[in-house]
Design a protein around this ligand. Structure first.
Ligand SMILES: [Zn+2]
Length: 247
């Protein structure tokens, strides 16, 4: 393949631009914010689930409490009715009186037990409330952490993308004047050779793979016409001879 020496040198400019774009893309992918956001998102999701569970528990204890308070009220009302009957003097049979007194005693004991239950539920309800508050505060904090990391990432994206847009415009200008067939070979080599398709020959070395050529190899390269597109024998990249190549 042949190409004017000036076009071959332009290929080196293009390579520098493409490497710059690759670096920018690498920087974009490698931002520390990505890991931060991933972690913050996981924390946020986990906390949201915990808040939902704690809220449900709080709701459960509230319902339990209502039920237990109703139980106490029922027992208390029945005891009051019995007491009223007792006080009214309407019951005269000693056996009935004894039964009634016995029942009043049982109800008092039952009311005491139920009130214990109410207290126990109130305690659980209190801890459920505290837990909801604590988790909600942590959820709020995790939202801030996440939003803040996303903000930093977006700012970094904007900076990188702005720079990349500028470099891409330079690339268009440079690529526009390079022959299509040369560009095609370069692009293919870039794909297979880790992003580097064209390398300068400098101080007897291929700057693509750092191979140092022997005098014989160097003489063979020198002997090629200036418009011949030379390829590195080691890495097969386009080897560009420039004024300071020493050939
Ligand atoms: Zn090479």
């Amino acid at each position: 393949m042949n190409a004017a020496p000036a076009d071959q040198i332009r290929l080196l400019d293009l390579q520098a631009i493409d490497s710059k774009l690759d670096q920018l893309a690498h920087r974009r992918r490698g931002l520390p914010e990505h890991a931060e956001i991933e972690k913050a998102t996981a924390d946020h999701t986990a906390l949201k689930d915990l808040v939902v569970a704690a809220e449900a528990q709080k709701g459960d204890t509230a319902r339990e409490l209502t039920k237990a308070e109703q139980d106490v009220e029922q027992v208390r009302a029945r005891a009051a009715r019995n007491q009223q009957r007792l006080d009214s003097g309407a019951i005269t049979s000693p056996k009935d009186l004894e039964n009634l007194q016995h029942e009043i005693g049982s109800l008092a004991k039952r009311q005491g037990d139920l009130e214990e239950v109410v207290l126990e539920i109130m305690e659980r309800q209190e801890s459920a409330k505290t837990r909801v508050e604590e988790l909600s505060a942590r959820l709020e904090h995790s939202t801030i952490v996440l939003t803040e990391a996303e903000g930093r990432r977006d700012a970094a994206f904007a900076e990188i993308d702005g720079e990349a847009d500028k470099v891409k415009r330079d690339r268009e200008t440079v690529a526009a004047v390079i022959p299509a067939d040369l560009l095609k070979v370069y692009a293919k080599l870039r794909e297979t050779q880790g992003g580097v398709g064209a390398a300068r020959l400098y101080q007897r070395r291929c700057e693509g793979c750092r191979t140092e050529f022997s005098i014989t190899e160097l003489n063979a390269i020198k002997a090629e016409p200036a418009d011949k597109v030379v390829r590195c024998e080691n890495c097969s990249r386009i080897l560009v001879r420039t004024a300071d190549s020493g050939v």
